[in-house]
Design a binder for this molecule. Structure first.
Ligand SMILES: [Zn+2]
Length: 367
């Protein structure tokens, strides 16, 4: 892994799409970074006020993936904010057992109701998409492996909001992420250019043309289409998720008010909720979905870096970690067991050997 040129301030590698270093070896993402300050608890209380006690049973819905951040947010909503909370988890069929245990334990300890919604969008597409990907490995198409999940997640959360007549929804999104992540950039016709929707669409079309196996399955095409439309514009998103039928619906992201502190989050959920990360995951980060782990594995194999490099770099920029600590953690957090990947793929009817051979044959493709 080392002998890689990395930014002198954060730890992004020279192979990161769109990266440019100045004379001092500092990357353009560090140069453009604006320090972000949480809006504060007072502003959060202001935003919550209209919803407190406004509905008979619940003040809010909390979207809980069973991962670290959303578990903390659920705890915070109940114990710190005193909100009557309905926990909702959306199961795409790839939620690790430990993660389900985390959710069940958390709602029991906190004494809140839980609604579990299931969908088959990812399940019905993943094996097909994975086999197509193996025919021509492309880092830009790794994101397609969970195509349908974003759309389905929002759809089912909104459906729950309607069913229970609770217009306020809390999302546990808060980890510092850059405005565009490398996964999106890789899909563009030229990942080093500035992010734009036409470039994204052109890049996607080109990749499909290079490997039409992706669209050989009609069910998969419908799901990709929905996911793409969902990401394309707010209007299409609202249409697809039938948001139009519930205009009062409001999303609040508490971390933007209270700040995101990894140490505080990790220690609180371990102490208060007996939360545990999925056993195979090197990092506690994204231990709520097996496909997220597989995607990171594939980024590592094709690009030599993954979302872990990106997250740690953001933590350095926001002052949560020193550069040395980030490098040290990178060595640990990036480790994903090959046996785990082999076993997971076997369960999906996909051959690890075929993947390995294909990756070896294609070397390190640029996009
Ligand atoms: Zn940097």
């Amino acid at each position: 892994m080392e002998n890689v040129k990395r930014c002198a301030r954060c730890i992004l590698p020279g192979s990161y799409p769109g990266i440019v270093f100045d004379e001092a070896g500092v990357c353009n993402f560090c140069a453009a970074h604006e320090r972000w300050t949480p809006r504060g608890l007072e502003k959060l209380e202001e935003a919550l006020a209209p919803y407190r006690g406004a509905h008979p049973r619940y003040d809010c819905i909390a979207a809980v993936s069973g991962g670290r951040d959303s578990s903390y947010m659920l705890w915070y909503a109940v114990r710190k904010l005193g909100l009557r909370t309905l926990a909702v988890s959306v199961d795409n069929g790839y939620v690790p057992e430990q993660t389900k245990v985390n959710i069940e334990r958390a709602v029991k300890i906190l004494g809140v109701d839980l609604v579990v919604k299931k969908h088959g969008h990812v399940r019905s597409c993943f094996p097909h998409t994975m086999r197509a990907w193996i025919r021509r490995p492309s880092p830009g198409m790794i994101g397609l492996l969970c195509g349908g999940c974003n759309y389905a997640l929002r759809y089912h959360l909104l459906e729950t909001a309607r069913e229970h007549d609770v217009p306020l929804m809390l999302f546990g999104v808060g980890e510092p992420e850059p405005p565009t992540t490398f996964a999106e950039r890789l899909l563009m016709s030229d990942p080093n250019r500035e992010m734009s929707k036409p470039r994204l669409a052109a890049g996607f079309a080109l990749k499909i043309a290079q490997n039409p196996a992706y669209i050989a399955n009609p069910r998969v095409v419908v799901t990709y289409g929905k996911e793409f439309a969902y990401r394309w514009s707010k209007r299409l998103r609202n249409l697809l998720t039938r948001r139009i039928a519930y205009p009062e619906y409001k999303i609040l992201e508490p971390f933007y008010y209270i700040g995101w502190n990894e140490e505080e989050i990790s220690s609180t959920i371990a102490r208060e909720l007996d939360w545990k990360k999925a056993s195979y995951a090197g990092a506690a980060w994204r231990s709520d979905c097996t496909i997220a782990t597989l995607k990171n594995y594939l980024y590592g194999r094709t690009l030599g870096f993954s979302k872990v490099d990106e997250l740690l770099s953001n933590m350095v920029r926001t002052g949560m970690l020193t550069r040395d600590a980030a490098l040290e953690r990178l060595g640990r957090d990036s480790v994903i067991s090959e046996d785990f990947i082999r076993e997971f793929l076997a369960g999906e009817g996909v051959s690890y050997e075929a993947l390995d051979r294909s990756l070896a044959r294609s070397g390190t493709p640029s996009t």
